[in-house]
Design a protein around this ligand. Structure first.
Ligand code: LRH
Ligand code: MN
Ligand code: MN
Length: 388
């Protein structure tokens, strides 16, 4: 049976998954937000919970923030708190989807006052990045229209480009802007940044420090997401992932839960297109745990990413190329499937034990008593933001 080589195992040791702070807060659907005992009451407690995920997996040393959900008096204090717990602060996500003023748009709005307000929000996010030491500003826009004729789609593209240019101009030399696309929702007729092509067109017009963010849950059913990953890597424009899984729309479920094979195929293209530890790409999760406990939910998520990465590393590239060049369709497919069907869990458990970690991080976390402690200590946790 195929096994992970020493090179594979050391490549895996460099893997870094960025956790979303909002995964630790309560969230829900538009029908109900169920409270989970022990939910953090402030951003400091979210970081503490995220640090637990890293402590048990050694895979998740970075935590992404969402503004205003994670607004604090001192970002320097938040940064030091994170560092004391062995993690750092990562991507800063802006939010133009929960303010009354943004009912008809933000960065593409025809009203100069509202557009100014939305631009200023992003400038504030960059100020925060200066303090947290973050590299990336991630922008997802809940903008579009519900009815044909409601808006001039072309004017909106022009205004969006103008707004993005003003934000881009404020970035420091080491900072980047990452533009996320989503095919629908909350708008149902047209969305201003619905697909990777639009995001690519908008960021390419800005310059080298602007990249595309690919959220795996933001595509129509049947989309070949690994093709998009390949293309963006080929173009040098894949800035980040928002990993999650979906059965229907933007479900935000645990990555690899709905379709581990798709996650495997995506990671195979990551490895093919620049390596598993490509520093250009932030490997983020963007998930919400509506009904399950949040910390074990995040532990399961990062383990799924590691597991599918390990399987993707097992693809025998030489055999694959030989089969492809011989037009041996079935042999080529078999090389990929052999890697996918290999159970790497025992080797990954051994990999953890060699590093002084528990072989089974889920069980070790549950036995640690942390979950009971936070459930007793924290009363009145905050919501992730969706229902707020
Ligand atoms: C939008 C989105 C985006 C937001 C996050 C909370 O659906 O994927 O990344 O910032 O959810
Ligand atoms: Mn996202
Ligand atoms: Mn989403």
């Amino acid at each position: 049976m195929t096994a992970l080589s020493t090179e594979h195992l050391s490549a895996l040791a460099q893997q870094s998954v960025e956790l979303p702070s909002w995964a630790f807060g309560n969230s829900g659907t538009r029908f109900r937000v169920f409270a989970t005992p022990g939910t953090p009451r402030d951003p400091f407690e979210k970081i503490a919970d995220a640090a637990q995920v890293h402590a048990y997996t050694r895979l998740a040393p970075v935590v992404a923030l969402h503004i205003p959900w994670d607004r604090v008096d001192s970002y320097d204090a938040l940064r030091r708190h994170a560092e004391d717990l062995g993690v750092t602060l990562g991507t800063v996500n802006s939010n133009t989807f929960q303010d009354e003023d943004y009912k008809f748009g933000a960065l593409a709005h025809h009203d100069a006052r509202i557009r100014r307000k939305a631009i200023d929000h992003h400038l504030e996010c960059i100020d925060i990045m200066d303090e947290t030491g973050s590299r990336d500003l991630k922008i997802w826009l809940a903008e579009g229209s519900n009815y044909p004729g409601q808006n001039d789609m072309r004017d909106r593209q022009d205004r969006l480009q103008d707004s993005l240019q003003q934000i881009y101009a404020r970035l420091g030399d080491e900072q980047r802007l990452v533009l996320e696309y989503k095919f629908f929702e909350p708008a149902f007729y047209h969305t201003d940044v619905p697909d990777w092509g639009t995001s690519y067109a908008q960021v390419s017009a800005l310059g080298e420090k602007a990249m595309v963010c690919l959220d795996t849950g933001h595509h129509a059913p049947g989309t070949n997401i690994e093709f998009i990953v390949m293309q963006l890597l080929r173009l040098g424009k894949l800035g980040s992932f928002d990993f999650n899984s979906r059965f229907y729309a933007d479900d935000d479920l645990i990555v690899g839960a709905a379709d581990p094979f798709q996650l495997f195929r995506i990671l195979a293209e990551v490895i093919r297109g620049g390596g598993l530890n490509n520093p250009e790409v932030a490997f983020m999760l963007d998930q919400c745990h509506n009904i399950e406990d949040k910390i074990p939910g995040q532990i399961r998520s990062v383990l799924n990413v590691q597991e599918m990465t390990a399987r993707a590393l097992l693809i025998d590239r030489e055999a694959l190329t030989a089969a492809q060049e011989a037009n041996d369709v079935l042999a080529a497919n078999a090389v990929v499937m052999d890697a996918f069907y290999t159970d790497v869990r025992p080797q990954l458990a051994a990999w953890r034990e060699e590093r002084g970690l528990a072989g089974d991080p889920m069980a070790a976390y549950l036995a640690s008593g942390y979950q009971q402690r936070i459930a007793e200590e924290r009363v009145g946790g905050v919501q992730a933001g969706w229902g707020a």
